[in-house]
Design a protein around this ligand. Structure first.
Ligand SMILES: Cc1cc2nc3c(=O)[nH]c(=O)nc-3n(C[C@H](O)[C@H](O)[C@H](O)COP(=O)(O)O)c2cc1C
Length: 185
């Protein structure tokens, strides 16, 4: 798939099945990730690739974090949280490694990591896979950061659920007119 086709046809898929990207494809996706624009070349990102039973470990991190956030969480809620990483054969956690910098505010470092995340989503799509970028309270929970070995100032920018689309998503036509202004002259 050429680059423009990938850009204009990417669509999220919530129902994901095997296969997930293999080693070679994952390597291409990571190469694409680190091509993201990056002010002052801080490389402000970290990618944790989670597959197989490691998804259960991530599920326990989610569950423990929910328990701490909400001690009254029901068994059903905890169960749902624990099973979230099992919704796809691969989850890539994208973390912005945010540091104090005289020229590059934290928000720019988070934007860079977000651009890296989108490069992963787009390259996965170009390689024939599908996925969905998810966040939620776990992205803003210091306990989750600690469990992932991230500092308190680091920011989880997303959990990228990846695999193969169970059903080919339908692409709706959308007009660009309401978002775009052209100032000329
Ligand atoms: C930063 C970010 C966080 C998101 N978090 C969630 C989420 O937690 N759950 C969810 O269902 N969709 C989430 N989305 C939206 C989906 O990834 C997706 O973009 C949306 O369902 C629209 O589908 P599309 O990408 O095919 O247009 C998030 C998107 C972004 C950019």
């Amino acid at each position: 798939m050429d680059a423009i086709e990938a850009l204009v046809t990417r669509k999220s898929s919530a129902k994901l099945i095997a296969p997930a990207p293999g080693k070679e494809d994952l390597n291409i996706m990571m190469q694409a990730a680190i091509r993201a624009p990056d002010h002052c070349r801080l490389r402000p990102w970290r990618f944790i690739v989670i597959e197989g039973s490691a998804r259960e470990k991530l599920g326990r991190i989610f569950e423990d974090a929910l328990k701490a956030r909400d001690p009254d969480a029901s068994e059903a809620m905890l169960n749902k949280e624990r099973n979230k990483p099992l919704r796809a054969p691969m989850v890539i956690i994208v973390i912005a490694k945010v540091e104090e910098h005289p020229k590059v505010p934290g928000v720019e470092q988070i934007l860079s990591a977000g651009a890296a995340a989108q490069n992963i989503m787009l390259s996965a799509h170009a390689l024939g896979y599908a996925g969905i970028w998810r966040t939620g309270k776990t992205c803003f929970d210091p306990k989750v950061n600690a469990a992932l070995g991230a500092s308190e100032t680091d920011q989880i920018v997303g959990f990228l659920y990846l695999g193969t689309a169970e059903r080919t998503p339908i692409l709706l036509e959308e007009s660009i007119d309401e978002y775009m202004e052209i100032w000329e002259g």
